[in-house]
Design a protein around this ligand. Structure first.
Ligand code: TXA
Ligand code: MG
Length: 323
């Protein structure tokens, strides 16, 4: 069977049987192609670090951008983030629909830290597409879903564009996307609203609903470009990368089998599995930081596949900072 026909076979109409199959795949930790009203998403269980790591691997993203987490409704969102009254007003007016709200994670938020790239906030959207809604309702758990394209390529607005670009076992065909460009992203902290990404809902609509002007992102708001946040979580501790030894006063973050004399405090993946390492990265950095150590030494991670994104993140976390 040729690659093209294999990928064609992944496309399925949105029947009850297809929704059931989608749920089974998601439950088994596999990403699927999911139609939304904006663009097709590459959806996986947001509470599973391993499933989220597969999204990054499939997209071949050289870095970990925080992902949008999709919920069935406002109540589902409330179990993940703290919804301020202003956020609630926006949600009531524009959800379901192409509006994403970035809100503070709840302390007990079950979403993988990899999905929010280690940030204390989470981007949430309640999609309007009936198929996305059916899957969210049947699956119950929130779904992390960036656009279903390989990194650097155009966002897909048809099922066949997804199937041609990504080797998925299921792409649900929900027809061409009605909006065709990604959601508008707003950050809402208390009563302050900032535009992080223009998108499917025009600013004028948002401003007339809020009755105030919304400040656009600027350099000082730490967003250098949509999808390029400079404000990624950085540990307090110093990081020493490519550590082949362990020096006094350091705690070691392992990758693969430790060598004699190395006693990792935590191990990204004992077997050297990059997907497992990606899933563990942000949580382990936080745990190590919380241990109060002044320096975290990180064993080398190979610069292949997800290893590139892991190393990109580690480089940023190790970079000198002025804050
Ligand atoms: O229309 C859409 O929003 C599509 C469909 C599939 O729903 N999804 C989408 O998701 O575009 P994604 O994961 O590619 O969007 C990620 C962007 C990041 O690049 C960043 O700009 C913003 O969402 N973002 C996510 N989490 C954030 C956070 N905690 N703080 C600030 N920005 C965040
Ligand atoms: Mg995208």
């Amino acid at each position: 069977m040729s690659v093209a026909t294999h990928h064609k076979a992944a496309i399925q109409p949105p029947t009850d049987a297809t929704i059931e199959r989608a749920v089974a795949l998601l439950r088994a930790g596999h990403p699927i192609g999911l139609p939304t009203e904006t663009v097709y998403g590459l959806a996986a269980d947001a509470t599973s670090g391993d499933a989220v790591a597969q999204i990054f691997a499939l997209k071949q993203r050289p870095q970990f951008n925080p992902l949008i987490v999709h919920c069935h409704d406002l109540d589902a969102a409330r179990s993940l983030v703290v919804v301020s009254s202003l956020a609630e007003k926006l949600a009531r007016e524009f959800w379901p629909g192409p509006l994403t709200l970035v809100m503070p994670r709840r302390p007990d938020c079950p979403v993988s830290l990899l999905a929010s790239a280690g940030l204390d906030t989470l981007a949430i959207r309640v999609p309007a597409h009936p198929v996305a809604r059916d899957v969210l309702e049947a699956y119950k758990n929130p779904l992390a879903a960036p656009s279903a394209n390989p990194s650097g390529r155009l966002s897909p607005t048809t099922a066949s564009a997804v199937a041609e670009a990504l080797p998925l076992s299921l792409v649900i065909d929900g027809g061409p996307c009605s909006v065709g460009l990604e959601s508008t992203i707003l950050s809402v902290e208390g009563d302050e609203v900032r535009l992080l990404r223009p998108g499917g809902i025009p600013m004028e609509d948002l401003e007339s609903s809020l009755g105030v002007k919304v400040s656009a992102f600027t350099q000082t708001s730490q967003v250098t470009a949509p999808g390029q946040l400079a404000s990624h979580y950085a540990p307090r501790a110093k990081l020493r990368l490519n550590a082949r030894d362990q020096r006094p006063g350091e705690v070691l973050l392992g990758f693969g089998e430790p060598r004699p004399g190395q006693t990792p405090y935590a191990n990204l993946s004992l077997t050297g599995d990059l997907r497992e390492a990606a899933a563990n990265l942000f949580r382990m950095l936080r745990d190590l930081d919380a241990s109060g150590t002044a320096c975290i030494a990180v064993m080398p991670v190979p610069e292949i596949g997800l290893g590139r994104a892991i190393n990109d993140r580690l480089d940023r976390a190790a970079a000198p900072r002025d804050r």
